[in-house]
Design a protein around this ligand. Structure first.
Ligand code: GH3
Ligand code: MG
Ligand code: MG
Ligand code: MG
Length: 308
């Protein structure tokens, strides 16, 4: 199909986009608010410190940033913002009266994506903001399409592979253990045969959500590794900790009592295999294989169990 057939001419709805205006002068914030608040959600902060507080509660889609501010300048704020993993993706447009080339260059160097001079021309501000928000929307959408599984809304195999490679390098550097937990639904082919694919899909979603909710630390990560198989990565976790997580997953699914009459357990269950980088001598390559071998042991041992 020619790509032109795929073009969607509908305007993207950006009305829920959050713009954070950071300026030490409330009158400047008011000016920007008057120009943008009909089209977007406008948040405000009068210092870099306040702006970080706003970001902690509510990650904005765009920041409009003054340069000259007491305590922390806009340049310092931007540098710090770009060093934090949770905020580095937020685009920053500098809004400033600076007209020296050198100072303007500093705005680019510290991570600004665009530059608007004061006094602000409302048309220019509106158009620059719209352009950056559209780009941000497209980038977020692309990342979601590439890395998030459409059925279960958890990360997909591609994300896992990328994440895992980075993580393996970190484990080698830090010598801290990391656990891999492989979860596979038992007799799922029989489940589909008996209850149909629509219910099968819905049960897969439930299991994904249950695994997600069984994880307690922000760095823990679950992805859909294959059809009805999930992989959980638990950084800085040794075997005992991983077994505890795996048992939590297994027993909370059991408690849900999702009917599966063609399974010997009469409800949907999972088998789980665990390995850790410490137990696995040649590390990166075999840690997944080891977890898989242990998963196979769990299946052979009667399913609905955890093997290490
Ligand atoms: P075991 O206990 O040994 O794991 O048996 P199993 O039937 O779960 O294993 P097998 O690998 O033979 O079959 C996996 C089944 O999972 C096959 C397929 O029908 C089902 N499956 C995989 N992906 C999906 C999906 O996206 N939706 C649905 N409904 N079923 C899926
Ligand atoms: Mg100022
Ligand atoms: Mg299975
Ligand atoms: Mg399987």
């Amino acid at each position: 199909m020619p790509i032109s057939k795929l073009n969607d001419d509908a305007e993207v709805d950006l009305s829920q986009s959050k713009i954070l205006v950071v300026d030490d002068q409330p009158i400047n914030i008011q000016t920007v608010y008057n120009i943008l608040s009909d089209d977007y959600v406008v948040l405000a902060a009068t210092s870099g410190k306040d702006a970080f507080k706003v970001c902690e509660k509510n990650i904005p889609d765009l920041i409009l940033l003054d340069v000259v501010m007491p305590e922390m300048s806009g340049l310092e704020f931007c540098q710090q913002l770009k060093q934090r993993s949770d905020t580095k993706g937020i685009p920053v447009i500098f809004v400033t009266s600076i007209n020296q080339q050198e100072e303007e260059n500093e705005c680019w160097v510290c991570g600004g994506i665009d530059f608007i001079t004061k006094p602000v021309n409302p048309m220019t501000l509106k158009n620059r903001v719209k352009a950056q928000l559209t780009l941000k929307y497209q980038k977020d959408l692309l990342l979601k399409l590439v890395y998030v599984d459409g059925l279960t809304s958890i990360f997909n195999r591609r994300y896992f592979d990328t994440h895992f490679e980075k993580l393996s390098n970190e484990v080698e550097r830090s010598h801290r253990d990391t656990a891999i937990v492989m979860v596979d639904i038992d007799y799922f082919k029989l489940y589909n045969d008996r209850y149909g694919h629509v219910l099968g899909d819905s049960t897969l979603k439930q299991v994904a959500l249950l695994i997600q909710n069984s994880l307690q630390r922000p760095a823990d990560l679950v992805s859909r590794y294959g059809g009805e198989e999930f992989v959980v990565v638990l950084p800085e976790t040794e075997v005992d900790g991983a077994v505890a997580v795996a048992e939590r997953i297994r027993t909370s699914l059991l408690k849900k009592q999702i009917e599966h009459l063609t399974s010997e357990y009469k409800v949907v269950t999972v088998s789980i295999g665990i390995s850790t980088f410490l137990t696995c001598k040649s590390k990166q390559h075999t840690v997944i294989e080891d977890a898989d071998v242990n998963l196979y042991e769990a299946k052979k041992g009667g399913r609905n169990r955890v093997c290490i």
